[in-house]
Design a binder for this molecule. Structure first.
Ligand SMILES: [Mn+2]
Length: 305
């Protein structure tokens, strides 16, 4: 049985959360790679909401070296949260494309607010090479794209943790990391102390992606209205997606990544999908945006048979 969605494409040209320029072109690269046609071919409606307004780093100065561009990122994320909430109350499915991974603070805040109003909560699957659980206290770079998961679990500056009407936006027992192979010392401590389930590449190799996803879906699904999948393209191997800001070798394969998205889609409980860190400047002829469109298709229910 196939469920037809009204997909709302929200572009977030966010380039303030990372250290290297270029990810602000991600949303348009994905449009150019044919996302509209691909989504429509699956029988869904495609509604392009355009891009969220984000300040360009050239015209701003970071105030706090431990949380660079905090005010600007918080402002854009609040705007994004509002749009995501609006699209959910209109009965649409948010497909958010970035932009650096700090945008997830806005996306998940919007989803959490929407369900909180109905006295429900949501789960979160975080696909990433990194942990993204730094705070201004533990960060080595001051880049906020290394902090969004911590913020959504209630840790970090109030400007980021309080965008959602629910605090924390997501409970740690409903959050899970997949694909991790690079953690800062502070992040290792955070994951241990919080009891956050983290499937590193070692576990993906050991158990296989199918079993990892089965457990991840259980965690994200337990007692929730559904779950959001926040997909950082750097979670896949750089051979699959070379155009990302912070590539780390030894990642999830092309086929494994499709399995993650296919299994998420099969549950019928995916409430939002987000693709981040697509960097056309570092890419090879828009290859990373094209593979992003393929992953989106799997996440929206594409099947071989
Ligand atoms: Mn990330």
């Amino acid at each position: 049985m196939k469920e037809n969605k009204r997909v709302a494409f929200i572009g977030v040209p966010m380039d303030l959360g990372g250290g290297r320029r270029g990810v602000d072109m991600g949303p348009n690269a994905v449009r150019i790679a044919g996302v509209k046609l691909a989504v429509e071919r699956l029988g869904h409606e495609f509604d392009d909401w355009g891009n969220i307004e984000v300040h360009a780093p050239e015209r701003r100065q970071p105030v706090d070296p431990q949380a660079r561009f905090l005010d600007e990122i918080a402002e854009a994320c609040a705007r994004l949260a509002g749009d995501v909430e609006q699209c959910l109350s209109d009965g649409q499915f948010p497909l958010v494309v970035g932009g650096d991974h700090s945008i997830a603070i806005g996306t998940v805040a919007g989803i959490a607010s929407h369900y909180h109003q109905k006295q429900e909560k949501v789960g979160l699957i975080w696909f990433d090479a990194h942990g993204d659980v730094n705070t201004p206290e533990t960060t080595q770079s001051g880049n906020i794209h290394g902090m969004p998961l911590a913020a959504l679990l209630g840790h970090g500056p109030g400007a980021l943790t309080r965008i959602s009407r629910r605090f924390p936006a997501v409970d740690v027992e409903n959050a899970v990391l997949i694909g991790v192979r690079s953690l800062d010392p502070g992040e290792k401590a955070f994951i241990r102390e919080m009891g956050l389930r983290c499937f590193t590449m070692k576990e993906v190799d050991q158990f296989g992606i199918h079993r990892v996803m089965k457990e991840a879906l259980e965690i994200a699904g337990r007692g929730t209205a559904g779950f959001h999948l926040s997909f950082d393209l750097d979670g896949t191997d750089p051979e699959v997606a070379p155009g990302v800001g912070t590539p780390v070798p030894g990642g999830i394969s092309y086929r494994e990544a499709h399995t993650v998205l296919e299994l998420a889609a099969e549950t019928g409980r995916l409430v939002g999908l987000e693709m981040t860190e697509i960097n056309p400047i570092l890419d090879e002829r828009n290859r990373t945006a094209r593979v992003t469109v393929e992953f989106i298709e799997s996440g929206l229910g594409r099947r071989t048979l």
